[in-house]
Ligand binder design. Structure first.
Ligand SMILES: Nc1ncnc2c1ncn2[C@@H]1O[C@H](COP(=O)(O)OP(=O)(O)OP(=O)(O)O)[C@@H](O)[C@H]1O
Ligand SMILES: [Mg+2]
Length: 230
């Protein structure tokens, strides 16, 4: 798959897969093309994709974002992903618009209120007036509410306090274990992301330069120096 913004090529032919039930992490420096990779999967209009991207065997290149959502893909974009004009609670419910089972929706709202008590306290507040970290908690919860087959997370730890980040990753891992939800995660906190992942890819200037089991990546010399900082 290749991806471009107008005439500017950003992804120069990358080939990767995420198997059902896996957690896969994408690592890479700023500008490497991580966000563009997720945008290509969810068929965002600003990216022109060449080649093939398949979700559960269905080609998504040439489709529109809504069709990809219907394939069961939920995307939490970098640094946003809420409706600012809706309350916290309405944001959560809007995430579940494809879910028919009311009991399940209620159960999920409870789960995320439990996980992020501040969201329960602010359930009637407009999302746009939440702090950055609170909005991030809401964005991730909102995406999970749709019970996607494939969850795309673009730097979910952005703006969250360390303790909340750990809690978030623990919850993601638990959801993956309990429900088999497939996750593709872009994350700067490589250590934490690798700890819940099965596999990882490293992107450099629009190309995959390294891939492998998460465990092996943790001890890879190049990964350690560039992304783990020890
Ligand atoms: N809308 C856009 N129009 C033009 N170029 C873009 C656009 N979005 C991103 N780019 C360019 O594409 C390249 C890859 O950007 P991308 O956002 O995918 O990087 P990234 O790996 O997610 O980086 P970061 O870690 O900073 O989020 C960058 O050089 C960026 O300037
Ligand atoms: Mg990015």
């Amino acid at each position: 798959m290749k991806a471009a913004y107008g005439q500017v090529n950003v992804l120069h032919g990358i080939d990767f897969s995420v198997n059902e039930g896996e957690v896969v992490v994408v690592l890479g420096a700023n500008g490497a093309g991580k966000t563009t990779t997720l945008r290509s999967i969810s068929a965002m209009r600003l990216v022109t994709v060449q080649g093939s991207v398949k979700v559960s065997g269905t080609e998504t290149v040439g489709r529109n974002p809504a069709e990809v959502v219907r394939l069961g893909v939920a995307h939490v974009p970098q640094g946003r992903g809420t409706f600012p004009e809706l309350s916290v609670e309405d944001n959560l419910h809007s995430g579940a618009y494809v879910v028919r089972n009311r009991a399940q929706i209620q159960e999920d709202v409870e789960r995320y209120f439990e996980m992020f008590p501040v969201l329960r306290e602010r359930r009637d507040q407009l999302a746009g007036s939440l702090s950055g970290g609170e909005q991030q908690m809401l964005a991730v919860s909102r995406a999970l509410m749709s019970r996607p087959r494939l969850l795309l997370l673009d730097e979910p730890s952005l703006g969250l306090a360390p303790l909340i980040v750990e809690q978030l990753f623990e919850t993601l891992s638990q959801i993956n274990r309990d429900t088999g939800m497939t996750m593709l995660v872009v994350e700067q906190n490589a250590q934490l992301a690798l700890s819940i992942a099965n596999r990882a890819y490293v992107l450099e200037a629009g190309q995959i330069v390294l891939s492998g089991e998460a465990e092996a990546m943790k001890t890879d010399e190049a990964v350690r120096q560039a992304y783990l900082g020890y």
